[in-house]
Design a protein around this ligand. Structure first.
Ligand SMILES: *Cc1c(COP(=O)(O)O)cnc(C)c1O
Length: 372
């Protein structure tokens, strides 16, 4: 039986050679390649500054720290997201306050408004599975209440909002290069910012709070003794990862074009069905990090039933986006988030990867249609 996976990273000889070459230079952790990757990332996203980190979760942690979030504060975020969104808030000692999501799977601004209290310090929006949230509306809300806005753009590299790439709109945006995302460095992350003082502090924080980086010290003609300015972390990206990232970034335009082509075929196939709803990207441009279908009340098969039938046919799928508030790590508090629970429990992610040949796309479509 032919097996169709849910996802697979697009890595090849170019990435392998880039890693190989870095290893032979002898400079393997944060150094010239990280700097080059950051520069390329700024060019791609249109952001002023970029800071590479070990992954998106550590990037979010540092972003919350530079935004001034600490013990006793509240940060509003969706529960329906990967659990890292909520976890990084707790790392700072603050509490995540969960808001509902709307039918685009992004956080619902009316519910967010209701959840603002005197303890609220920031709103952490998520561009869910790469589909951009309404950044301008959140920026306005944050300005009105003197709150910080942070974007969890883990899945959103290459997606566009108001004609500009995610990463260029606000002061703190975080990306992931986990293999399940659109481009990968094994693990890895990036923070973009247009704020120079955030930029400087983020660079210190990712490297133990050190006043200068190894590259500066290494190339200096005079002796430099570094200082440790504040409590920092080891959240560095390696030069091996960055070299892979540079190659991945070169392919990104083609990757997004192909992901959108495959998603378009799915959209065409499912848009007229009463049993499922496709995700509407509206006037945004979505990178289709994942392809999600929502099963409606009219659907004759349960979500898990459909997943099992497809698995029996060799087609891997995943459940919809998880909810943090129903996990053991969070259930100390009771939340009423019926919409998030409904979307999480009734959606399914279909295979989407490159290269995915037309026969496999057709096979997924036919197999799903058989049951809905
Ligand atoms: C994947 C993901 C993360 C975590 O990214 P890592 O690079 O694995 O730390 C955070 N938030 C969202 C929404 C994600 O999808």
């Amino acid at each position: 039986m032919r097996k169709i996976p849910i996802a697979k990273p697009l890595l090849g000889e170019l990435e392998a050679k880039a890693a190989h070459d870095v290893i032979l230079t002898g400079w393997v952790t944060q150094g010239p390649k990280v700097q080059e990757f950051e520069k390329d990332f700024c060019e791609y996203t249109g952001a002023k500054y970029a800071v590479a980190v070990s992954n998106c979760t550590t990037g979010l942690h540092l972003s919350l720290l530079v935004a001034g979030i600490s013990c006793g504060d509240e940060v509003i975020c969706p529960s329906m997201s990967y659990i890292a969104t909520a976890n990084c808030i707790r790392y700072t000692g603050a509490e995540p306050v969960f808001a509902e999501v709307g039918n685009d799977f992004n956080i619902d601004i009316e519910d967010v408004r209701k959840k603002i209290t005197s303890k609220t310090k920031a709103i952490l929006i998520v561009h869910q599975i790469g589909n951009p949230a309404d950044i301008a509306a959140y920026q306005e809300l944050c300005n009105a209440h003197n709150l910080k806005l942070i974007e969890d753009g883990a899945c959103a590299i290459g997606s566009e909002y108001k004609g500009k790439k995610i990463g260029s709109h606000s002061e703190l945006v975080c990306f992931s290069f986990h293999p399940r995302k659109v481009i990968t460095t094994g693990d890895g992350g990036m923070i973009t910012t247009n704020n120079k003082s955030y930029y400087t502090r983020l660079k210190h924080l990712r490297q133990h709070g050190m006043s200068i980086n190894d590259q500066v010290r290494h190339t200096s003609k005079t002796v430099i003794i570094e200082e440790y300015l504040e409590l920092g972390y080891n959240y560095r990206m390696t030069d091996i990862q960055a070299a892979v990232g540079i190659e991945q970034l070169k392919r990104l335009k083609d990757i997004i074009r192909e992901r959108r082509r495959i998603a378009e075929m799915y959209n065409e196939a499912f848009k007229n069905s009463d049993s499922v709803e496709i995700l509407d990207e509206g006037d945004k441009k979505y990178n289709y990090q994942s392809y999600s279908l929502l099963l409606t009340a009219k659907c004759p098969i349960s979500r898990n039933g459909l997943m099992q039938e497809l698995l029996d046919m060799g087609i891997s799928t995943r459940r919809g986006i998880m909810t943090a508030h129903r996990e053991k790590a969070y259930n100390a508090k009771t939340y009423s988030l019926p919409q998030s629970e409904f979307y999480s429990d009734h959606s399914i992610l279909l295979p989407l990867y490159i290269p995915m040949d037309d026969a496999d796309i057709a096979s997924v479509i036919q197999s799903v249609k058989q049951f809905i």
